[in-house]
Design a protein around this ligand. Structure first.
Ligand code: ADP
Ligand code: MG
Length: 326
């Protein structure tokens, strides 16, 4: 898990159809973000919002709001965005039975050293975690001793909601924003056709896809084991933790993709469904009607929920295709 502390900004102007698009690449929240739309001023507003939210949610910056909360074991006053993100996170934690859990910082830190930690250290970190162990009354937050918030599983999705609002408020009709695995497909392409979003192939290289999604006005959010991980004794240890074991989840999934209309929800759900595994993820989908999903299993099955049958195309012969219905 290399930490690049570089804040990189590249601006490219190019022509797409008849609209003049501005493209900007930003390195923020430990990932590459690509913003494409036809209004340079709005791009500046978007990058400003990304930088502002990174100062709130970054677990690696000592001066971020989340780092200050963790250093003090809580806070008497939270910023409006922290309040909002924390409320949402606690709701998704309860809804997913803790598969998504915003309080796993002690475990996330323990597993960030690219080596399997000692059992005793995992047990020690586990007791400091758990969304039921924090006290939050809507204003005041108290963490358990040694505990810490980690909003890495929702921060990019939350940010994508804020960016979507900037687009709407500025009457932008067409834009595509990619926040490292979190895509905001806003409106349609300038020629009126849907945006085409690639679904990553966990076995492929950096830009390999297993299929494509055609979407308009949707958030497309992926979680998987293929980008941030280390190998030890022939086993893969990735960055998504199962709060029951205190270790990277060992479900049957390699990737979970959510298509929905709420970025924070999609980010929380993609992390949660990845931890749940395919059987529980399908049950969860059946119990909810506010998202669609694509699950990629370790044995190369791509499970596509019914609402995506017309928009998803599998174009990689290494995978079999299955659908799930309600
Ligand atoms: P990515 O950040 O790669 O897009 P995710 O949205 O799935 O992937 O978030 C993973 C990040 O969330 C981890 O790097 C960690 O900071 C945090 N995290 C790890 N496990 C969990 C979990 N079970 N619930 C909530 N957040 C988690
Ligand atoms: Mg997530």
């Amino acid at each position: 898990m290399k930490k690049i502390i570089l804040f990189l900004t590249i601006i490219i102007l190019f022509l797409s159809g008849c609209a003049r698009n501005t493209h900007e690449t930003v390195f923020a929240m430990d990932t590459v973000m690509d913003l494409t739309l036809n209004d340079g001023d709005v791009i500046d507003t978007l990058t400003g919002e990304i930088a502002r939210l990174e100062n709130i949610f970054s677990p690696t910056r000592d001066d971020s709001e989340v780092s200050r909360i963790n250093a003090h074991g809580g806070a008497d006053v939270l910023s409006p965005d922290m309040q909002n993100a924390l409320k949402k996170s606690m709701g998704y934690a309860a809804e997913t039975g803790g598969a998504f859990d915003p309080t796993l910082d002690p475990l996330v830190k323990l597993w960030s050293h690219e080596a399997v930690p000692k059992r005793a250290d995992i047990a020690d970190a586990l007791v400091k975690c758990g969304y039921l162990n924090i006290k939050y009354d809507g204003t005041r937050l108290t963490l358990p001793r040694g505990g810490g918030l980690n909003l890495g599983g929702i921060a990019k999705g939350y940010t994508s909601d804020v960016l979507k609002k900037v687009l709407v408020d500025n009457s932008i009709k067409s834009a595509i924003l990619s926040l490292g695995g979190n895509v905001v497909a806003h409106g349609s392409r300038s020629d009126g056709t849907p945006w085409v979003v690639g679904v990553a192939d966990p076995d492929g290289g950096a830009n390999a896809t297993l299929g494509t999604l055609r979407v308009s006005d949707k958030f497309v959010i992926a979680s998987g084991d293929y980008e941030r991980y280390f190998m030890q004794d022939g086993r893969r240890y990735h960055h998504i933790i199962d709060a029951h074991s205190g270790a990277p989840s060992t479900s049957d999934l390699r990737e979970a993709v959510i298509v929905c209309e709420d970025g924070a929800m999609g980010d929380a759900y993609s992390t949660a469904l990845f931890v749940m595994g395919s059987t529980r993820a399908i049950e969860f989908w059946r119990a909810h009607n506010n998202f669609e999903m694509i699950l990629v299993t370790k044995n190369h099955k791509v499970i596509v929920s019914k609402g995506l049958l017309d928009s998803f195309t599998l174009d990689n012969g290494g995978y079999s295709y299955e659908t799930c219905a309600r």
